[in-house]
Design a protein around this ligand. Structure first.
Ligand SMILES: [Zn+2]
Length: 298
């Protein structure tokens, strides 16, 4: 099989599905799945990291298999590995396509070339709720199938009117910038948080922020995107300042009158304890649990 002339560039931080999708669009194909069929591989298989499909895609693009594998979002047991970071499934959403309309519009150009804008790996994480460059809410689209949602050029083409309309601006927050740089560069610049696995760092930060804003039993299931963004902003103001600040705020939460809860932690911290205890055996959460235990016992 001969190597294709690459009409689009594989960008840093771009998922492999987005790259394949834009290549398909650049070659005038209606979908990434159809494009893949022409070259005898499966787009779904490529998204899943199936060795045969990755090998064929590597052959036609001339991009080494190792470089492609680094960009895969792969299932590992009941976790998902994204850029080397492990996440429980509830933190990753491959079934939807989230995007920043401004990032997309900047690259679409005058002729609305859908092969030009690319997806970003960070948009696949559920806690990534606003653009770390443009301070606007990300908007979410859902294709009829998983493959359609991952077919970025297709999503852009199908939703051009909505994308042109833009999204709500939000007050700048360092939470999403932190998430983005931790995910892509490994460090976020806040020592205490950087020492925790990324899922633990962002999960604890957002939930702490939600408890600060909405009380000890926030109804997390009904929070709107903008309420989550505010929770992230509030949470990172504390967690970015390190352990002393975290202990002080936990102490304030635990000192509020509270009667419910089945054990010391849930009695003192309500929903925050429930969220943390769900992952108590995962690395990073044990440290959080022991900090919370020490504060509750004081
Ligand atoms: Zn943006």
């Amino acid at each position: 099989m001969s190597v294709l002339h690459l009409a689009v560039k594989f960008n840093a931080g771009e998922p492999i599905g987005s790259f394949c999708s834009r290549l398909a669009a650049a070659y005038g194909q209606s979908s990434a799945s159809y494009f893949a069929e022409l070259f005898h591989f499966s787009f779904r298989g490529l998204l899943n990291g199936e060795p045969r499909d990755v090998a064929i895609f590597s052959e036609i693009t001339g991009i080494p298999v190792g470089r492609l594998q680094n960009r895969l979002i792969v299932q590992e047991g009941n976790k998902v590995r994204v850029n080397g970071h492990l996440f429980a499934r509830r933190f990753v959403d491959p079934l939807r396509c989230k995007l920043c309309p401004q990032c997309v519009m900047e690259r679409l150009g005058l002729y609305r070339n859908c092969a030009r804008p690319h997806a970003k790996v960070e948009w696949m994480l559920k806690p990534m709720r606003c653009c770390s460059v443009h301070d606007c809410e990300l908007i979410t689209f859902k294709g009829r199938t998983w493959q359609e949602s991952a077919d970025f050029a297709w999503v852009v083409r199908e939703n051009l009117k909505l994308i042109e309309r833009g999204a709500d601006r939000v007050e700048p927050t360092s939470f999403h910038r932190y998430l983005s740089s931790r995910l892509m560069e490994g460090v976020g610049g806040y020592n205490w948080l950087d020492a925790l696995p990324l899922q633990t760092a962002i999960h604890f930060t957002e939930t702490l922020g939600a408890v600060i804003r909405h009380g000890i039993e926030p109804d997390l299931e009904t929070l709107t995107t903008s309420e989550w963004i505010d929770a992230g902003r509030e949470g990172i103001a504390v967690t970015s300042a390190g352990l002393d600040a975290v202990e002080r705020v936990l102490g304030e939460i635990a000192s509020r009158p509270m009667s419910r809860g089945r054990n010391l932690l849930t009695t003192a911290f309500g929903r925050l304890a429930v969220e943390v205890l769900e992952f108590e055996n995962d690395p990073g959460y044990r440290e959080i649990v022991s900090v919370m235990n020490a504060v509750a016992a004081d």
